[in-house]
Design a protein around this ligand. Structure first.
Ligand SMILES: Cc1ncc(COP(=O)(O)O)c(C=O)c1O
Ligand SMILES: [Zn+2]
Length: 364
């Protein structure tokens, strides 16, 4: 199995320890799964690896890595809204989908120590799976990260570095360590194995509903769920499961919106923004490393990019909680954006919204 550089098309075996190509391009996987067919789903495996026929897995390492991630229910929230309960996960966020596959890959190629930067949830996930895999782990988080997330990362045996400054700066500090010390970068944005895990979000929705909802709302910071969702839907198009893309709506923070701004300008590059503090800390990414790739998908499939109104995040969180859904603020932001979208475009039935992170983790 090979990686291909997204810039210069150089190929390298996936056992490489290099976080990216020498030219600076990020890796993509040279992998085309078989046509999607429910008969290829392993119904005896009760985690995301039931879809392993569509993943580029090496060996059976996933068996010892899985923490039972995935298979989260889809619930009817109201007449128009379906919620996919992705905080019903081992570490309480959707990131477990990607981390399970990424760490299974690390184990397969013999990596014994990794670093990662995160606003909290991806770090939680990577730390937990490293714990399970017996891989040493160091996580960099920006200052202001919820103490609950930090405690959880530590509890899995990982070292935590709290970096003063923005989320983007925290990533820079971690990447410097990768460059200077040759550490393995188990990062959800750089490593394409992560997206092979987040694809299962859509596989599950299809297996559960036997159809794909008309409107798919997805939070968009670095785009790990977004890219997984679009990749899986592309596979469904190729496989004849769907005839056209659903209406995909990507949600950014009003205070950090490089992709939404780029779309307004019809640009193929993320806009330069100065992020302001937001309650939607999970999507506060000023410099999304796969920004060009995300924008390519946006233009190719007519995807909308909207922002979540900051002053309505608490109200949205309250409305969800009043009906039993206690999610974190970043997740409530997606619902706030859905409500705004309905005010703009009118009633929007058959809308799928991910409940990505659990309320007990956030700290506002
Ligand atoms: C709860 C939650 N939702 C959404 C996201 C956004 O994911 P991404 O940055 O991959 O787009 C994150 C990322 O940390 C998150 O923690
Ligand atoms: Zn290259």
């Amino acid at each position: 199995m090979s990686y291909i550089c997204s810039k210069c098309n150089a190929k390298i075996d996936v056992s490489t320890r290099k976080a990216k190509c020498d030219c600076g391009g990020l890796w993509k996987l040279d992998f085309k799964p078989p046509k999607f067919d429910l008969s290829l789903v392993d119904e005896s495996t009760w985690n995301i690896f039931r879809y392993r026929a569509f993943m580029p897995l090496e060996g059976e390492f996933w068996r010892d890595i899985s923490l039972g991630e995935g298979m989260t229910p889809v619930i009817q929230f109201d007449e128009d809204v379906l919620l996919k309960m992705d905080y019903f996960m081992p570490t309480l966020s959707f990131k477990d989908r990607g981390a399970a596959v990424l760490i299974a890959h690390c184990k397969a190629i013999g990596v014994d120590s990794v670093v990662q930067d995160s606003s909290g949830n991806a770090g939680n996930s990577v730390a937990a799976y490293c714990g399970k895999a017996g891989i040493e782990c160091e996580i960099f988080v920006p200052e202001g990260t919820s103490p609950k997330k930090i405690d959880m990362i530590k509890s899995h045996g990982a070292r935590v570095n709290v970096v003063p400054g923005s989320r983007d700066h925290c990533a820079d500090v971690c990447r410097k360590k990768v460059d200077d010390e040759g550490k393995y970068y188990a990062n959800h944005v750089y490593n394409p194995f992560f997206y092979e895990g987040t694809k299962t979000y859509i596989y599950e929705v299809y297996e559960q509903l036997r159809r794909i909802p008309e409107n798919i709302f997805v939070p968009l910071g670095n785009g790990t769920l977004f890219i997984g969702v679009v990749k899986a839907l592309e596979e469904f198009l190729d496989s004849g499961i769907i005839n056209e893309m659903p209406n995909i709506i990507a949600v950014q923070s009003e205070y950090c919106d490089p992709i939404a701004k780029a779309v307004l300008d019809n640009s193929r590059h993320p806009a330069k923004v100065t992020p302001k503090p937001t309650m939607a800390e999970g999507i506060a990414i000023g410099v999304p490393m796969r920004g060009e790739e995300i924008l390519e998908y946006i233009y190719k499939y007519n995807i909308k990019a909207i922002t979540a109104p900051e002053n309505r995040i608490l109200e949205a969180r309250k409305a969800l909680a009043a009906k039993g859904i206690y999610c974190e603020h970043t997740t409530a932001a997606t619902y706030a954006a859905y409500l705004k979208y309905c005010e703009f475009y009118g009633k929007t039935p058959d809308s799928l919204i991910p409940m990505c992170g659990a309320g007990l983790k956030s700290d506002h």
